[in-house]
Design a protein around this ligand. Structure first.
Ligand SMILES: [Zn+2]
Length: 132
C-alpha cells in the first residue's frame, strides 16, 4: 500500500489533473496507490505512463467532461480517456477488468511517479483477455 510518494501524502480523496488543467478528477484512494505498473501493450508502450487501479466508482470528474476525448481500438472494450486540449492520458476503463479504471499516476497532484522507483511491467503483448 503506497500512501506517500516522495513526501506527498496520498489522500483518501486525491485530485488528479491533465497538463493544461482543463480536466480535473477526484480519485478515491483509501488504500493509497494500488498496483502501480507499466505495460508493454501497443498503446501503453507509446504513452509510457505508470498506471494504478481504482474501481469504476473510484473516479469522479470534477471538471472538463466536455474536453475529455475517448479513444477505442481493437475490441473496443477498453475506453481510453485523454484531454483533447493537451493530449494527456488521464484514465481508462480496463479491458482486462472492465470493473476497474486504470489512471495515470503522473496526473496525481504533487506526485512525481519517478519517486515510485521500479514498478512491475505488465505483459500487455500477451494480453490477459487474449489468453484462453
Ligand atoms: Zn489538458
Amino acid at each position: 500500500m503506497i500512501k506517500n510518494v516522495g513526501g506527498t501524502e496520498i489522500k483518501a480523496k486525491h485530485r488528479a489533473s491533465c497538463h493544461c488543467g482543463a480536466v480535473v478528477l477526484e480519485l478515491d484512494l483509501p488504500d493509497g496507490i494500488v498496483d502501480p505498473r507499466r505495460c508493454d501493450c501497443s498503446i501503453c508502450r507509446r504513452r509510457g505512463a505508470i498506471v494504478a487501479s481504482v474501481p469504476l466508482s473510484g473516479i469522479s470528474i470534477v471538471q472538463g467532461q466536455d474536453v475529455l476525448a475517448l479513444y477505442e481500438f481493437n475490441t473496443h472494450t477498453a475506453k481510453h480517456y485523454f484531454c483533447s486540449r493537451c493530449g494527456i492520458y488521464t484514465h481508462h476503463q480496463r479491458r482486462s477488468n472492465p470493473n476497474q479504471f486504470g489512471y495515470n499516476v503522473g496526473c496525481l497532484e504533487g506526485v512525481n511517479p519517478f519517486d515510485l522507483g521500479d514498478v512491475p511491467t505488465n505483459d500487455g503483448v500477451n494480453h490477459p483477455a487474449d489468453r484462453l
